[in-house]
Write a protein that binds this ligand. Sequence first.
Ligand code: UN1
Length: 508
Amino acid sequence: DPATAAALKADLAALDGAVWEAAPTVPAGDAAPAREIRAPHDRNRLVGISRDATPADAALAVARAEAAQPAWNALGGPARAALLDKAADAFERHQDAILSLCQREAGKTVIDAVLELREAVDFLRYYAGEARRLFASDVALPGPTGESNRLRLVGRGVFATIAPWNFPLAIFIGPAAAALAAGNTVVAKPAEQTPLIGALAIRLCHEAGIPDDVIQCLPGDGTVGAALTGQAGIAGVAFTGSTQTARAINRALAGRDGPIAQLVAETGGQNAMLVDSSALPEQVTRDVLASAFQSAGQRCSALRVLYLQDDIADAMLEMIRGGMEALVIGDPEDWATDVGPVIDEESRASLAGHVDRMKQAGRRVWQRELPQACANGTFIPPTIIEIDAIGDLAAEQFGPVLHVARFAADELDEVIDAINGVGYGLTLGLHSRIDATRRKVERRSKVGNLYVNRNQIGAAVESQPFGGEGLSGTGPKAGGPHYVARFATERVTCIDTTAAGGNASLMA
Ligand code: UN1
């Protein structure tokens, strides 16, 4: 409502001049030199500095986490849940600072920043509930008379969590919260681009009463991640990012000493949407724009390849282009903005290179002009590119670039097979009013999350557990009922409860 919006705006303005800092929770040696973090939408603006971790910091953090883990595990599920709930409260109490940093460090629009905070709080509270459900008491198992069998879940040890920059709070804290709920201690690495939000989140966890060594922060780039995942003391890694990095982590875990580690990875996608001629055009337009261009397309769930049935394709494309023309591109801190910047120059250059190559290959391209206000930032204007089929694309394009292909009514099976054939399996959108079509798509497509007659982003914790298969990740789904158990190990105790001890006769 306008009053809350005005109050929030004033609070955010008050935080404008603040310079934030990220650093290892407990540095092993002298502080590293400061690395400047600048706003993606305005490179002249300093948001904060990061003193990135060293390999010695990684070793120290893991040692401290190992020492702290037995006591954290022994606390039990309900007590850990209470602390996770307190962390959620702290996030809500400090919403101004969080929203401000999400906008300034990650270039999030106001709505995306609010959704980010909402998702982070939802993860904390949902996994707190899971800690109560799964870790409060042993599970009794069946057996013959004179035998007691019990199963209990305990933490595996130390989890390394490695977060992406596109959800610098929600997917930074979500996997960490799951690991904590299960009785692990956590060494968390925020993305290189967004260490300030990560450091703030860890500070708030400590403020909420989670002990300092139970969750620690190691800002830095891939070398810090490699130092962390190379530690023999790591029992598991929860990673969100590229498929290529997930493979590298898998190799590192396989190659080092120490326990055979768990890898929970959530990686990329080449997400499609199928629209047949029974779809409602206005609804399709709205959902395509949200799926492809909200968050400047920087969600792994985002729509990359729109398949339009040929007899409605021209009319649909015209409506979608019209909608694209109406989007407000610019400063994410401006409440009217729909599409903000992409995260950094590397990302901008890579997307621009893709668009150029598509133009050179003779593809039809529609692209918005960038307003003058975008001159100091890393922006890519919303873009639509016509292609023949999903297989024309070599890689996922992580930004506001939508590809459009056409299909004939009798080609649906082929199109689904082509989408499956790419090897990713994250989200798929379908706009159709025909039940048989929906059932076919459900049966034939290999994706983690299918969205029918709506947009395909914004999976809600608990209602839409999120995650893919194949090149898109290992599962289980974040925010779903099987996620937290993956961070635990199972122990079974079998007790002979007969008076003499059941095996006495064998000893005689
Ligand atoms: C991601 O971009 O890494 O469904 C995940 C969504 C979000 C998750 C995106 N809840 O868009």
